[in-house]
Design a protein around this ligand. Structure first.
Ligand code: NAI
Length: 239
């Protein structure tokens, strides 16, 4: 449970699975009213469909009287390929969901967030900070999410709306579970993580919901690595 969220209204894109679902659970445990916007939710919403998001904003205003928190966790990977072989359509798809989807929700919910001096948290990736091999489109798109977060923070600062991002490392979710079924991959990834383990979705959600809460009232424009130390450097050497 995170303090200061009782009665707050929150939208979580990608909230039907993995990190987004863990955010929805923690927000509810913290007393917030949570609306999930997900292709796989009870009431499917596609973040690439701006008209659907405008309609959702209208419904939230009518039924809940405003919005305090927007968490953008909807995201997609592309097939693992070297950049030379990456189809342009895969590149477009990575941008369409991860970047334009985030722009769409931020624009659609901006009037509601401004009215309540709300907070946005975007889910980038450690790939926003260091390259993820064979994932050029995802890496570029998540880099754009981090840059977009800085722009949102500055453009919205006068209105008192905060915008931050988290940059998760390898986290066990439906997006990645197929990778972790490969023992060779899992061993190599685990060795590369200074904390020596794959992360849990609840650990990423804790950082996201903290940034969305009044506890983070002085923080805007940051991309916070939540990666077990991956972007800090290589694990210790046996000197
Ligand atoms: P997940 O695949 O479990 O959940 C993603 C959710 O997004 C799904 O419920 C899916 O239906 C939804 N979604 C996808 N496209 C959508 C669209 N167009 N409109 C609405 N909803 C859509 O994945 P996970 O791992 O929970 O990922 C959440 C976020 O965290 C993503 O942005 C991902 O890129 C990011 N991330 C994940 C990491 C990991 O290791 N799992 C590491 C770093 C970042």
């Amino acid at each position: 449970m995170i303090d200061g969220l009782t009665g707050r209204v929150a939208v979580v894109t990608g909230g039907a699975s993995g990190i987004g679902a863990a955010c929805a659970t923690l927000l509810e445990e913290s007393g917030a009213v949570v609306l999930v916007a997900d292709l796989g939710g009870d009431d499917p919403v596609d973040v690439t469909d701006r008209a659907a998001l405008d309609a959702l904003a209208g419904r939230i205003d009518a039924e809940h009287g405003g919005l305090d928190v927007l968490i953008n966790a909807a995201g997609v990977l592309t097939p693992n390929l070297p950049v030379d072989e990456l189809p342009t359509d895969d590149f477009r798809r990575a941008y369409e969901v991860n970047v334009i989807g985030t722009v769409n929700t931020c624009q659609a919910f901006s009037p509601l967030l401004r009215a309540r001096r709300g907070a946005v948290v975007n889910v980038a990736s450690q790939a926003a900070l260091v390259s993820l091999p064979m994932q050029a489109a995802y890496t570029a798109a998540k880099g754009a999410v981090a840059a977009l977060t800085r722009s949102l923070a500055i453009d919205w600062a006068e209105a008192g709306v905060r915008a931050n991002a988290v940059a998760p490392g390898f986290t066990l979710t439906p997006m990645t579970e197929a990778f972790f079924e490969n023992e060779v991959f899992t061993e190599a990834a685990t060795k590369r993580i200074p904390l020596g383990r794959i992360l849990g979705a609840d650990e990423i959600a804790a950082a996201i919901v903290f940034l969305a809460s009044p506890l983070a009232s002085a923080i805007t424009g940051v991309t916070l690595p939540v990666d077990g130390g991956w972007t800090a450097g290589e694990p210790a050497l046996p000197w």
